[in-house]
Design a protein around this ligand. Structure first.
Ligand code: SF4
Length: 184
Protein backbone atom coordinates (compact mmCIF):
# COMPACT_ATOMS: atom_id res chain seq x y z
CA UNK A 1 0.00 0.00 0.00
CA UNK A 2 1.40 3.39 -1.01
CA UNK A 3 1.85 6.21 1.47
CA UNK A 4 -0.98 8.14 -0.21
CA UNK A 5 -3.54 5.49 0.79
CA UNK A 6 -2.43 5.55 4.40
CA UNK A 7 -2.84 9.30 4.73
CA UNK A 8 -6.07 11.30 4.94
CA UNK A 9 -7.34 12.56 1.56
CA UNK A 10 -5.54 15.66 0.36
CA UNK A 11 -2.89 15.42 3.07
CA UNK A 12 0.11 15.31 0.73
CA UNK A 13 -1.17 18.12 -1.47
CA UNK A 14 -1.97 20.38 1.46
CA UNK A 15 1.45 19.63 2.99
CA UNK A 16 3.26 20.46 -0.25
CA UNK A 17 1.16 23.60 -0.71
CA UNK A 18 1.82 24.66 2.87
CA UNK A 19 5.55 24.10 2.41
CA UNK A 20 5.64 25.98 -0.90
CA UNK A 21 3.63 28.85 0.61
CA UNK A 22 5.96 28.99 3.59
CA UNK A 23 9.06 29.09 1.38
CA UNK A 24 7.56 31.80 -0.81
CA UNK A 25 6.62 34.04 2.08
CA UNK A 26 9.89 33.42 3.93
CA UNK A 27 12.07 34.32 0.96
CA UNK A 28 10.44 37.52 -0.20
CA UNK A 29 12.76 40.26 -1.42
CA UNK A 30 11.47 43.78 -2.09
CA UNK A 31 12.72 45.73 -5.10
CA UNK A 32 14.51 48.97 -4.25
CA UNK A 33 11.89 51.48 -5.16
CA UNK A 34 10.79 54.77 -3.61
CA UNK A 35 8.83 57.59 -5.21
CA UNK A 36 8.12 60.23 -2.56
CA UNK A 37 7.80 60.91 1.17
CA UNK A 38 6.32 57.47 1.91
CA UNK A 39 9.67 55.99 0.86
CA UNK A 40 11.30 57.48 3.96
CA UNK A 41 8.91 55.46 6.15
CA UNK A 42 9.64 52.41 4.00
CA UNK A 43 13.38 52.89 4.55
CA UNK A 44 12.74 53.13 8.28
CA UNK A 45 11.60 49.49 8.39
CA UNK A 46 15.20 48.54 7.73
CA UNK A 47 16.46 50.28 10.86
CA UNK A 48 16.99 48.45 14.16
CA UNK A 49 13.81 49.96 15.64
CA UNK A 50 11.58 48.10 13.18
CA UNK A 51 14.02 45.48 11.85
CA UNK A 52 12.48 44.01 8.71
CA UNK A 53 15.37 41.51 8.84
CA UNK A 54 13.19 39.52 11.26
CA UNK A 55 11.23 38.47 8.18
CA UNK A 56 14.31 37.84 6.02
CA UNK A 57 13.47 40.87 3.91
CA UNK A 58 16.29 43.29 4.65
CA UNK A 59 17.81 42.68 1.24
CA UNK A 60 16.12 45.30 -0.92
CA UNK A 61 17.11 44.23 -4.40
CA UNK A 62 18.68 46.76 -6.75
CA UNK A 63 17.64 44.62 -9.70
CA UNK A 64 14.02 43.65 -10.39
CA UNK A 65 15.26 40.26 -11.61
CA UNK A 66 15.96 39.31 -8.01
CA UNK A 67 12.87 40.76 -6.38
CA UNK A 68 9.32 39.52 -5.95
CA UNK A 69 7.72 42.35 -3.97
CA UNK A 70 7.21 45.92 -5.15
CA UNK A 71 6.31 48.43 -2.44
CA UNK A 72 4.97 51.46 -4.31
CA UNK A 73 5.92 54.12 -1.79
CA UNK A 74 4.62 57.50 -2.87
CA UNK A 75 2.67 59.24 -5.60
CA UNK A 76 3.11 57.97 -9.16
CA UNK A 77 3.50 60.74 -11.71
CA UNK A 78 2.35 60.21 -15.30
CA UNK A 79 5.99 60.51 -16.31
CA UNK A 80 7.04 57.79 -13.88
CA UNK A 81 4.20 55.38 -14.75
CA UNK A 82 5.97 53.65 -17.68
CA UNK A 83 9.05 53.18 -15.49
CA UNK A 84 6.97 51.61 -12.70
CA UNK A 85 5.38 49.29 -15.22
CA UNK A 86 8.73 48.34 -16.75
CA UNK A 87 10.28 47.51 -13.38
CA UNK A 88 7.19 45.44 -12.51
CA UNK A 89 7.38 43.57 -15.83
CA UNK A 90 11.05 42.77 -15.22
CA UNK A 91 10.29 41.07 -11.90
CA UNK A 92 9.93 37.28 -12.17
CA UNK A 93 6.67 35.51 -11.27
CA UNK A 94 5.18 35.03 -8.79
CA UNK A 95 5.35 38.65 -7.63
CA UNK A 96 3.36 40.86 -5.32
CA UNK A 97 2.63 44.57 -4.90
CA UNK A 98 1.89 46.70 -1.84
CA UNK A 99 0.47 50.14 -2.56
CA UNK A 100 1.86 52.23 0.30
CA UNK A 101 -0.03 55.40 1.28
CA UNK A 102 -3.05 57.24 -0.12
CA UNK A 103 -1.10 58.81 -2.98
CA UNK A 104 -0.06 55.45 -4.45
CA UNK A 105 -3.50 53.96 -3.82
CA UNK A 106 -5.72 56.74 -5.15
CA UNK A 107 -3.67 59.82 -6.01
CA UNK A 108 -4.38 61.14 -2.51
CA UNK A 109 -4.43 64.91 -2.28
CA UNK A 110 -2.92 65.18 -5.77
CA UNK A 111 -6.17 65.12 -7.72
CA UNK A 112 -4.63 66.52 -10.89
CA UNK A 113 -3.46 65.66 -14.38
CA UNK A 114 0.13 64.99 -13.37
CA UNK A 115 -0.48 62.13 -10.95
CA UNK A 116 -1.82 58.63 -11.71
CA UNK A 117 -5.02 58.30 -9.64
CA UNK A 118 -4.09 54.94 -8.17
CA UNK A 119 -1.18 52.70 -9.13
CA UNK A 120 -3.66 49.90 -9.82
CA UNK A 121 -4.27 51.62 -13.16
CA UNK A 122 -0.87 50.36 -14.29
CA UNK A 123 -0.05 47.31 -12.15
CA UNK A 124 -2.14 44.87 -10.08
CA UNK A 125 -2.08 45.53 -6.34
CA UNK A 126 -2.32 42.87 -3.61
CA UNK A 127 -2.45 45.09 -0.50
CA UNK A 128 -3.53 48.72 -0.14
CA UNK A 129 -1.99 50.44 2.85
CA UNK A 130 -3.80 53.63 3.97
CA UNK A 131 -2.19 56.63 5.64
CA UNK A 132 -0.20 59.75 4.83
CA UNK A 133 2.37 58.59 5.46
CA UNK A 134 1.76 55.12 6.89
CA UNK A 135 4.05 54.50 9.85
CA UNK A 136 6.72 51.79 9.51
CA UNK A 137 4.69 49.59 11.88
CA UNK A 138 1.77 49.83 9.45
CA UNK A 139 4.00 48.72 6.58
CA UNK A 140 5.21 45.78 8.65
CA UNK A 141 1.58 44.89 9.37
CA UNK A 142 0.79 45.02 5.64
CA UNK A 143 3.76 42.76 4.95
CA UNK A 144 2.56 40.27 7.58
CA UNK A 145 -0.93 40.29 6.01
CA UNK A 146 0.63 39.72 2.59
CA UNK A 147 2.65 36.82 4.02
CA UNK A 148 -0.58 35.24 5.28
CA UNK A 149 -2.09 35.67 1.82
CA UNK A 150 0.95 34.10 0.13
CA UNK A 151 1.05 31.23 2.64
CA UNK A 152 -2.58 30.33 1.98
CA UNK A 153 -2.50 30.64 -1.84
CA UNK A 154 -3.01 27.19 -3.38
CA UNK A 155 -0.47 25.94 -5.89
CA UNK A 156 -1.54 26.13 -9.51
CA UNK A 157 -3.26 29.50 -9.18
CA UNK A 158 -2.35 31.39 -12.33
CA UNK A 159 -1.28 34.71 -10.83
CA UNK A 160 -0.36 36.11 -14.23
CA UNK A 161 -3.90 35.52 -15.53
CA UNK A 162 -5.37 36.87 -12.29
CA UNK A 163 -3.16 39.96 -12.51
CA UNK A 164 -4.15 40.52 -16.14
CA UNK A 165 -7.84 40.25 -15.23
CA UNK A 166 -7.33 42.79 -12.41
CA UNK A 167 -5.61 45.17 -14.83
CA UNK A 168 -8.42 44.84 -17.36
CA UNK A 169 -11.02 45.46 -14.63
CA UNK A 170 -9.17 48.61 -13.53
CA UNK A 171 -9.04 49.90 -17.10
CA UNK A 172 -12.73 49.18 -17.61
CA UNK A 173 -13.55 51.06 -14.41
CA UNK A 174 -11.71 54.20 -15.50
CA UNK A 175 -10.72 54.23 -19.17
CA UNK A 176 -7.40 56.01 -19.43
CA UNK A 177 -5.97 56.04 -22.93
CA UNK A 178 -2.41 56.67 -21.86
CA UNK A 179 -2.56 53.74 -19.42
CA UNK A 180 -3.91 51.35 -22.06
CA UNK A 181 -0.77 51.93 -24.10
CA UNK A 182 1.34 50.70 -21.18
CA UNK A 183 -0.32 47.28 -21.17
CA UNK A 184 0.09 46.64 -24.90
S1 SF4 B 1 0.72 59.51 1.12
FE1 SF4 B 1 1.53 61.35 2.16
S2 SF4 B 1 3.60 60.75 2.76
FE2 SF4 B 1 2.94 59.30 1.17
S3 SF4 B 1 3.67 60.14 -0.77
FE3 SF4 B 1 1.58 60.89 -0.43
S4 SF4 B 1 1.89 62.90 0.56
FE4 SF4 B 1 3.79 61.76 0.77
Amino acid sequence: MGIEEKLPAGFLLSTVEGLAGYMRKASMWPVTFGLACCAIEMMAVGTPDYDIARFGMERFSATPRQADLMIVAGRVSQKMAPVVRQVYDQMPNPKWVISMGVCASSGGMFNNYAIVQGVDHIIPVDIYLPGCPPRPQMLLNAIIELHKQVQSTPLGVNRVAAARAAEEAALQATPTHQMKGLLA
